[in-house]
Ligand binder design. Structure first.
Ligand code: ADP
Ligand code: MG
Length: 681
């Protein structure tokens, strides 16, 4: 596009004068993008104020100073371990210039040379000194020292001056933009124009105005909110299918279930039903704490699709969970249910694929194997994803692409913070499943030091004697941790000696059939003590299990422990969770005490978020979603709210983004869109 105003910014870095392939590659590594705009949006971490120009007599250790002085004396070190020491004078006094390594700029200097120097002032041998100052130039080139110097995140092999030079070249290309920000908002906030804001931050002449950063952060949030709003609008405009039914299948499933839905379940189901009945594709996230009863809601939603003459599928993150869901659904659903996992034999797989393709199975359950290309549904109208945060974004959208715009219901027990619901998850509507099924007893949680093992085992013996089913959880950080696996097997052997014939073992390295048999023996009561790794963390449902022992609890995240503990306390009988900790000390105990003191998943997730940083707990880091470059949450949450409502107002007035501001907003969408891999627009 010849007259695309963004062309110079979307062009590759090599378009800038003086930037060859090699430097462009280094820059790309530092800035995370290959285009000129990616460089412009690479904000400095901070700025160094070099405006103080004291005379040498006034030089005080502590700050940053810029001086012009004459080289009075140069002391070559006598041994390699001594520093190079240069004495500077300016008529008012003296200062030292110290280098611990010979430096090309100084070794050949003759006394009498006038130098321009800028750096941190320290005290060395009783005198003010510059030790390895960032700037050292002949005095005639003092203008090379910026008054205010941005400090950008760098990468190995890339020097600050190189990025500065590239930045100057990039800034020179900034065209003037029409504003995408509401003029009234910009006036009220006192925000500079886009180009001025970038200059104020990337090449400032005065200390950078915080309003400039705020404006840029707003721009990024606004573009993101606009993108999400457009996604939602586009989805709503696409014809989906109105799924309605007479309830005859639901009634039979509920009769088999044998419980009344709780008020919270009824409310969430009403929201789901309204989406299903609407002639638009649904994207709904159902958030409900561990044990709140999401599975039955998934089944009821799926049966609505079947009542409407279509198919529904449920995807689970692990094979164990998929099999368990299959059992639950097969027991309650009045129609055939198919299961598809990675570990199936070729013939079983062929049979299942035929049932799904021909429609003989109106319901299907599986792992992500369910959404591989060769799986064809006769008529998929609803896809349910359990514990969706464990799937990457790519997988999520792939799921939605199956069939003719199926409705999508995602379910999670992980409380997702509000800001993430507004950003990464912003294309979805959210239902919160409040409360738990009646009759649940709180789980009594206690902490035990590792040396109390004999007492814990004695307590288990009593529990087993009275018919309890017990989980014994061993930490297994990665499926490949051989030593952890050995510890779990060792524990199994010891407990099997103590309680012969009563102990089963389940871990991720077993053959699926073997693991399945262990879980079945536990669920059925033949082996009432199950030694397991975190393969049981997600969703495993054996309501009669009432005791859980966790070894080395200090090695787990709180949210993960909460998930684990959610395996017990599922029936009406009182449950007990024994957290055993090694030598984690007081800090570990304090952390675990949080779990002892509350069963509120939200409070626990927040504490975990604080203690470990959010990305891990939510799995967003693994999912590879790029974060914001200019905005930072939660700091900019207030801006996010404004950006959200501004995007909505703009789209309400100008849904095609055809007006003047609408067209400007399109520029923002392109500027702040996905990071470039070098394409030019
Ligand atoms: P989660 O939300 O963690 O997936 P589940 O769907 O596995 O929870 O439900 C937890 C347990 O609660 C299951 O044993 C389920 O059968 C039971 N349950 C669900 N809803 C009710 C209800 N309304 N009344 C009684 N028990 C229920
Ligand atoms: Mg579940």
């Amino acid at each position: 596009m010849a007259n695309d105003p963004l062309a110079p910014l979307l062009a590759p870095l090599t378009d800038l004068p003086g930037i060859a392939e090699k430097l462009a590659r280094l820059l790309a590594r530092a800035i995370g993008g290959t285009r000129v705009i990616d460089l412009l949006l690479h904000l400095p971490e901070h700025h160094i104020d070099r405006r103080a120009h004291p005379s040498l007599a006034d030089l005080r250790p502590g700050g940053v100073a810029t001086v012009i002085a004459e080289l009075v004396r140069l002391e070559r070190p006598e041994t390699a371990r001594q520093p190079w020491r240069l004495t500077l004078g300016d008529g008012s006094g003296f200062a030292d210039l110290v280098f611990f390594r010979p430096h090309a700029r100084i070794t050949g200097l003759a006394p009498g040379t006038r130098l321009a120097i800028s750096g941190a002032v320290t005290l060395s041998a009783g005198r003010p000194a510059f030790v390895h100052p960032e700037h050292l130039h002949p005095a005639a080139r003092a203008a090379l020292i910026p008054a205010i110097e941005p400090v950008w995140p760098l990468t190995t092999g890339l020097a600050a001056w190189q990025i500065r030079k590239a930045m100057t070249a990039a800034l020179a290309r900034l065209p003037a933009f029409s504003e995408w920000i509401d003029p009234e908002l910009r006036r009220r906030r006192g925000w500079p124009e886009f180009a001025a804001a970038l200059r104020a931050w990337q090449a400032p002449e005065t200390p950078p105005d915080p309003l400039a950063r705020q404006r840029l952060a707003y721009d990024e949030l606004f573009a993101d909110q606009l993108r999400l709003a457009l996604l939602r609008a586009r989805r709503r405009a696409r014809p989906g299918r109105a799924l309605t039914g007479d309830g005859h299948l639901r009634a039979r499933a509920l009769a088999a279930f044998g419980h009344e839905l709780t008020a919270g379940q009824r409310a969430a189901l009403a929201e789901i039903d309204a989406d299903l009945a609407a002639p638009r594709p649904m994207r709904r996230l159902l958030q409900g704490d561990v044990g709140s009863g999401k599975t039955i809601l998934a089944l009821l939603a799926m049966l609505r699709a079947v009542e409407a003459g279509a198919q529904a599928a449920l995807m689970a993150p692990t094979e164990i969970l998929a099999r368990q869901h299959f059992r639950t659904l097969a027991a309650l659903a009045p129609v055939p249910v198919a299961i598809l996992t990675g570990g199936m034999s070729a013939s079983a797989r062929r049979e299942t694929l035929a049932m799904i393709a021909g429609g003989a199975a109106p319901l299907a359950v599986g792992t992500h194997a369910l959404f591989q290309r060769e799986v064809a549904f006769r008529d998929l109208a609803l896809a349910v994803i359990d514990e969706q945060h464990r799937f990457g974004v790519g997988q999520r959208s792939e799921f939605g692409a199956k069939g003719r715009q199926p409705d999508v219901l995602m379910m999670t027990a992980t409380p997702i913070p509000r800001t993430l619901l507004l950003t990464q998850w912003g294309e979805m509507e959210v239902s919160r499943l409040a409360g738990k099924p009646a009759g649940r007893q709180p789980v009594k949680t206690t902490l035990h030091a590792a040396i109390q093992l004999p007492a814990v085992i004695a307590a288990l013996a009593r529990a087993l004697a009275s018919g309890a089913r017990i989980y014994w959880i061993c930490p297994l950080v990665a499926e490949t941790e051989a030593s952890d696996l050995a510890a779990a097997e060792e524990r199994f052997t010891r407990l099997a000696e103590r309680f012969p014939g009563q102990v089963a073992l389940a871990h991720g390295r077993q053959k699926p059939a073997e693991r399945e048999a262990a879980l079945a023996a536990f669920a059925g009561g033949e082996k009432p003590l199950l030694v397991a790794t975190t393969v049981v963390e997600v969703g495993v449902d054996v309501p009669s299990a009432t005791v859980m022992v966790v070894e080395h609890a200090e090695r787990f995240g709180l949210a993960q422990l909460h998930q684990l503990r959610g395996r017990i306390g599922r029936g009406a009988a009182p449950s007990f969770c024994l957290l055993m900790h090694g030598d984690g000390g007081e800090a570990a105990e304090t952390r675990l005490a949080m779990l002892r003191d509350t069963e509120d998943g939200f409070a626990i997730a927040n504490a975990d978020f604080r203690l470990r940083g959010g990305g891990d707990a939510l799995g967003t880091r693994q999912s590879g979603e790029p974060g914001f470059r200019l905005a930072a949450l939660p700091r900019d949450e207030a801006l996010l709210r404004i950006a959200k409502s501004d995007a909505a107002v703009l789209l309400a007035r100008d849904p095609d983004l055809a007006g003047e501001r609408g067209r400007a907003a399109r520029l923002a969408l392109r500027l702040f869109g996905a990071r470039g891999r070098g394409e030019s627009g």
